[in-house]
Structures are given as C-alpha cells and as structure tokens.
Design a protein around this ligand. Structure first.
Ligand code: GDP
Ligand code: MN
Length: 397
C-alpha cells in the first residue's frame, strides 16, 4: 500500500526526522489560510504540492511556490482538480518553502535478494532515481543494514562519504539514515524514500544563516501482508486512488492481481493458481490475472471473481481450474451458471473441476446449455483449449 506524502511525513516525524512543518488543504481557501499563517510566522514563500500517489509531480506542474496569500489561493485552485498521470488531485500540502542548497536522494528498501534492508543514496537527488540508475549506475551508493544490529553508525557514515555529503552534515545524515531504517521496521514498510533530502539554508531572525538537512519529500509503501498488524496505517489507505478492481477484490476476500494477457484465470489455492499460470505460458498463452478464490469458495464468491475477471476488457477466454476439497464442485458450478446468467459480456470458458462433487458440477454445467462453456477432463487439455480459443476465436458480444 502506497502512502500519500502527508501520511508518509507523519511517520517520519514519529521517528524524529527533520520534516518542515506542513498543512493539508482540500480547498483553495484552506490553502490560503495555511499560507497566511506560515507567512505571518516568518516564511518568505510557501510550497504547494499535489497529494497523489504518483511520482514526478514536480515535472507535471503539481509542485509550485507562492509568495502571497492571493498567489497561494490561485495556485492551489489550479492544482486542485488537476489530472496527474490519470489521477485527479483532491488535496494539496502547504509548507513553508525551503531555500534549497543541494538535493540528495536517500531511501531504505527491502532488498529481497540479500534479505536485508538496504540504504540507497545518491548525490543526484531531486530527479527520478530510475533515470539516475539508467544513466550512471555508479552514482547510486548503497549499504546493507545488519539484520539484528540495524544500520550501524559506521555504515551510515561510509554511505555519506560515498555520496559526498559535506562533513558539517555528517552527524545529521547518520541519524536520518538510521531513522529511515527504523521507519522500515516500525511500519513493516518495503520502501521509505526521501527525494529530495535537501541541504536547506536557514535564516534566523537576526539575519544570520546556517544549513540543515531536511526531508522535503517522502514516499512510503507498506507491505500489504503486514497491514493486519497496523490498523492505524490501514486508516491511511486512499481508496479513491486505488484501482476499483483491487478495492472490490479486497472487499470480497479474493486474491487478485491484474496482468496484461488475454486469458482470465479462476483458481482455488495460490499454488494451483501459479501452476495454472505457468502452464498457460508454457502452452503459448498469456494469463490476464492471478486469481485465488480461496478455500471453501461459495457460489457468491465465484460470481464476484467472475465480475473481476470480466472487468478486464482484454480477456478473450477464461480458464476455471478448481480442485474440490473443502470447496465443493457443485457450489462452484452453481456460481458459474449464475454468473453467466448475469453478465453482459459473453466470453468462452473452459472448466476443469476435479475432486469433491466433480460429477455433480459437470452435470450442472451441461444442463445450463451454455454453448460457450466447455468441460475439460485434465488440466493439460483445459490449458490447450483455452490457449487456442484466446489465440483465435473472436470475442462474442
Ligand atoms: P515529486 O516531483 O513528486 O518527487 O515532488 P517533490 O516534492 O520531490 O518536488 C519536486 C521538486 O520541487 C524538488 O526536487 C524540489 O526541487 C522542488 N521543491 C519541493 N519542495 C520545495 C521547497 O520547499 N522549496 C523549493 N525551492 N523547491 C522545492
Ligand atoms: Mn520527490
């Protein structure tokens, strides 16, 4: 689950990381009021930032500075409602604008290959890290935290030296890097990214200046499988920005991942679902999704799964592969017949049901008299047929 910047910053503040003050506004008038208070507090400008779960907001015109309440109101009005990469902006973050001297990139990520948390940094901050990685991979420096001891001081210092961080910021850099590590652990995150981690010029009321490191942007993603341990984080979920199909799948308790192929899959059990996808690929087809309806699937769950599959207009054929154990074949068959009766789009379907009440399932499907439903005796046969249908047959409306 991705978090919005204003939520991510809250988690950074909980780790005592340096994040400039900020407000969240849903209207231009609210943005104006926030600006008035920051300007009254001594800020020269504010930064107004679109809150959407996509990167590159700056380039898309979703990050702007304003010097007066009028300007802030107009700017916020322009950003609210703006479309950024297909997402409509519904909120903006308002903060005193930082006077940026330098921009670094710093992130903690779960490195699955080493099974450790990796700290990744670059002197080329502010730009997308994928671009840096493609242009000059050596510009990205890394270190792996110890699984029990965490990110040790010397490791964080070595990373700072590699990145060319000025010695006056070394101490702060070490505590920020360790804070990112803690944010990973405390929230079961798989990414905590600060881009830019900026050297900011601070001006005191007496006119003297100094510099500090500040987290100006924050991106955090939480491991979905760990969300049951974090009810407070679950509340930060932005359903409006999620794919409606994902929202529906979660609501029905169905594991569903959309893919780019043309063969819809309905399977019970994660292992069987993966095997089914492998067999489809081996036979030259492309699965349109991973779908595990779970154990003991009832007719209504089968119907819901069918709706998820058919919502994808790339689907040209459907493979139903059910191993009846706790799930009963007749229940699944009833669900399939019911789903076929309700749906508007008729897509050919190949069904393989074995195990509990498989004969009953075959009878129910045969009696339904649907010419687009075929039964297959074996999985190999089912896969061969569904791949052939997806490759050739036109989709009947
Ligand atoms: P992103 O484009 O979605 O990653 O959004 P960011 O929050 O990283 O902002 C993009 C860029 O806007 C940053 O790299 C900065 O150069 C600039 N920016 C963001 N906040 C400030 C600020 O407070 N002051 C100034 N001067 N520039 C900012
Ligand atoms: Mn950024």
């Amino acid at each position: 689950m991705k978090l919005q910047e204003y939520h991510a910053k809250r988690l950074l503040l909980a780790e005592k990381l340096p994040v400039p003050a900020y407000d969240v506004a849903e209207t231009a008038a609210e943005a104006r009021r926030a600006t008035e208070s920051y300007l009254a507090g001594g800020a020269e400008k504010v930064v107004i930032k679109a809150q959407v779960l996509v990167g590159g907001r700056g380039k898309a015109g979703g990050v702007k500075l304003a010097s007066t309440p009028d300007e802030a109101e107009q700017t916020a009005a322009g950003i609210l409602g703006m479309d950024i990469k297909g997402t409509t902006v519904r909120r903006v973050l308002v903060a005193p604008a930082a006077d940026i001297v330098r921009e670094y990139y710093l992130a903690a990520v779960l490195d699955r290959s080493t099974r450790r948390i990796m700290l990744m940094g670059s002197a080329e901050g502010g730009v997308e890290i994928e671009v840096v990685a493609a242009k000059d991979p050596t510009a990205i420096k890394q270190t792996h935290a110890h699984p029990h001891l965490g990110l040790l001081d010397y490791q964080a210092r070595a990373l700072a030296f590699d990145m060319g961080v000025d010695s006056q910021h070394l101490r702060d850099f070490v505590s920020i890097a360790q804070g990112l590590f803690r944010a990973m652990i405390d929230n079961d995150a798989d990414l905590v990214e600060i881009n830019p981690l900026a050297v900011v010029r601070d001006t005191s009321p007496d006119g003297s200046t100094g510099e500090s490191l500040q987290c100006l942007d924050a991106k955090i993603t939480i491991d979905d499988s760990a969300l049951s341990r974090h009810p407070d984080l679950e509340l930060m979920r932005d359903v409006a920005e999620e794919d409606p199909v994902d929202v529906a799948a979660r609501h029905e308790g169905i594991s569903f991942i959309r893919l780019s192929g043309s063969i819809g899959c309905m399977v019970n059990g994660a292992g069987l679902a993966m095997t089914t996808m492998d067999l489809i690929k081996r036979a030259g087809g492309e699965p349109a999704n991973f779908l595990d309806i779970g154990g003991g699937a009832k007719a209504d769950k089968v119907e819901a799964a069918m709706r998820l599959i058919l919502a994808d207009l790339n689907v040209r054929a459907i493979l139903v592969n059910i191993f009846g154990g706790i799930a009963r074949g007749d229940e699944v068959a009833h669900g399939l017949v019911e789903a076929r009766n309700q749906q508007e789009r008729h897509v050919p379907m190949v069904v393989r049901i074995v195990g509990t009440n498989a004969d009953e399932a075959a009878r129910i499907l045969a009696e339904s008299g649907d010419p687009d439903v075929q039964m297959a005796a074996t999985l190999d046969e089912a896969v061969a047929r569904v791949v052939a249908i997806a490759a050739g047959a036109p989709v009947s409306a």
